[in-house]
Design a protein around this ligand. Sequence first.
Ligand SMILES: [Zn+2]
Length: 306
Amino acid sequence: MNLMEFNERFPNEYSALMSVKQLRDKQGVICRKCGYDQHYWQQTVESFQCKNCGARQRLRSGTIMEQSKLPYRLWLMAIHLVTATKKSFTALELQRQLGYKRYEPIWYMLHKIRTVMGKRDSEYELTGYIELDDAFFEVGDPHQKPNKAGRGSTGKAGVLIAVESEPTANQFRKKNRKEGRKCGKLTMQVVSNITGKHVESLVDGKIDESATLHTDGHKSYNILDQIVNRHHITISNDPKRISKLFTWVHTAISNVKRVILGIHHSVHSPYLQNYLNKFCWKFNRRYDQKNQFERLLHTGLQYRWC
Ligand SMILES: [Zn+2]
């Protein structure tokens, strides 16, 4: 969908509201009081009313828009811009594009969108052959230098990154292949430290136990021997060899760092996960560009942001 098509589909606030209403109808509205699934639509109060007990439910309730006063059309336009643009953008840029007076509601809206992107992706588990590595991201004030380099320094946040990297029979380099490996789904998790406990929690939530994990042999990854099917370790001082063997995880790390440094310059640590959520969500749907708007809108109506 381009901007012209968006304007044709949602020419005004009413059309946006009715699209949200129809989509919620399609997903199925369940009464919070009695669990009944049949409702009347009350246009004047923008609410569903249960046919059994009469309890009302606002159109926004239980969705990403709950507690927001921003118009529906603005939400849909933000979702459109997030999904239709290749490059990332800041909340300030979004505020400019939407022509909205206040910055804070737009900033919150964008973070809510990024939060539900993460919620949706957390339902998938990575499987098969997986490259796992960690990286440190500078967080907070960009002008404040971190105290020390490497693992665990202040001013930096640790992130565990895992990406499916299936070996393929076809050795030719194609757009989605490197050195005979096909890149699948990606996940990134901010952790307070890179320890065995954190690695275990990543595997618990986001990686199938039957997977084979490939790491650089850092001691935090020893735990993998006990919790996944297979754990391959490569210890090497040869950067070329390492970059070949961890080709996709290193590509993901450098790309996300470029986005964060290039566009957002610096992020505050509590929000880093949200930036990573958005990066992963878009990456995981890179071959389904044309349906990204519908998919994100659908997700936004299914998940509350808090
Ligand atoms: Zn009811």
